[in-house]
Design a protein. Sequence first.
Length: 103
Amino acid sequence: MMNRALLWLGLTTLTLITAGLLRADEMSSWLERNHDGLIATYRQFHLHPELSHKEVKTAERLAAELKKTGAEVTTGIGGTGVVAVIKNGDGPTVLLRTDLDAL
C-alpha cells in the first residue's frame, strides 16, 4: 500500500506544480509539511471505499479539501461528482479528472 501512497503523493504534488499553486523549488518543503496529512487522507479513502455512484463520503471529503485551497467547488454533478475551479491568473488551463469509486 505504501508504493501507491507515494505515487499518490507524487501525483498530488505534480498537480499543484502544474496548476501553478506550488513552485518546483518548494516541493520538498511542501511535502515535508503535508506528508502526514496526505498519507492519512490516502488511507481514509482506501480503508473506506465506496462503489460507483455511491461515493457520498468520498465526494464530501474531496469537496471539503478543495474548498480549503480556495477553489470554487460545485458538488452533485451527475450525482456524486465534484468540480473545482482553482484560479491562478492568466495562462494555460489544466484539467485533472479522476474516478472516486473503489473500483
